[in-house]
Design a protein around this ligand. Sequence first.
Ligand SMILES: [Zn+2]
Length: 421
Amino acid sequence: MNRYTLVGPFSQILPMTALPLKGALSDEELPIIDDGGLLLSGNSIHSIGPYKDLLSSPEADTATKVELEGKHVAMPGIVDAHTHICFAGSRARDYAMRNAGKSYLDIAREGGGIWDTVTRTRKATEEELVKGIIKRAKRHLKNGTTTIEVKSGYGLSVEHEMKMMKAIAKANTQTSQDLIPTCLAAHIPPKDWQTEVMDYLNRIVDDLLVDVKKQGLSNRVDIFIEEGAFSSGEAIAYLSRVAEMGFDITVHADQFSTGGSEIAVKFGALSADHLEASTEKEIELLAASDVIATALPGASLGLGCPFTPARRLLDAGGALAIASDHNPGSAPMGDLLTQAAILGAFEKLSNAEVLAGITYRAAAALNLSDRGRLESGNLADLAVFHTDNYNEILYNQGDLKPCMVWKSGQLVYDKHNNLSK
Ligand SMILES: [Zn+2]
């Protein structure tokens, strides 16, 4: 078997290299390789540059050649750094009720809300959860997403959170994407927990996280800090123990009220996600830190709420990632490319800022340095679009889907040949 694969020529390659992790970006800063090619070796990129140069390189002699006809633009495979795609059931009824003016409490009283998803997820078998994750991951593949973070958080007991973590691990062996698992046992305090909230969180540390670590099921822990979820005090006590165990931390922060992002900064979290309610104070705090600020436009679209102040975060010098938050309650769409394009229009983001937010800045939110940029040594994860101008990708607001997706050097989705792995 040949060691090398040469793919090209592309009208444009957008490598997303040599760009800063933090702060505003102009489109003029975006490096573009015209008439480019990629030489892949195994699961990674060997070299990238003008197609003609690669074609005359010594490696090209023995390389398998995937020669493209017509217009094509390649960018790094999309990284979705925040999802809840491990769940059972649908919340279509909630969505209709909410849009018809029913309150959160009305919906909960009629058996809807997050507890409905918890009940259905608890009833589901591990295998049923695996199937659901695979089905949703396949949808995301067609949108060019090659790395997906997946949270637990609808089990809300040691037993059912463990079932979710195992389902995510199993699904990861059956999807072409990389699934990055995160334990969100601290999503909301379980309704059926009889004693203090802190007892639940301590139980999670002692009986769940110890095993999650031992079995290598995840090195990431998330908590939802909000009225009705966990208080700042509870979060500090929980995260102190979590940090001591060596987990990476991420936080659902400032969605409806502030407080969460301050804790994310205090604990050196990888990311603070949501931030719709962040004020100047939180924006300054995040921008001065190494915490990636992750906007979730899918949740704003699902709830009819304001968007994360992405423009102000970037102008203050912050690092902005954009993720789908795909979940059955507030963000059922899950199409990150569409959502990122819409956020760009509302928040006045440059195409460079939007694309950075779903590639290398999103990879940084997951502490992954081997993807999000097309450069030598990185994973060969590519989203390829049938156009000759990268501006068309966001201009089409998600309607221009990739015609090819490569994951770790393998062509896993090919619209031309109806291939979908
Ligand atoms: Zn979320």
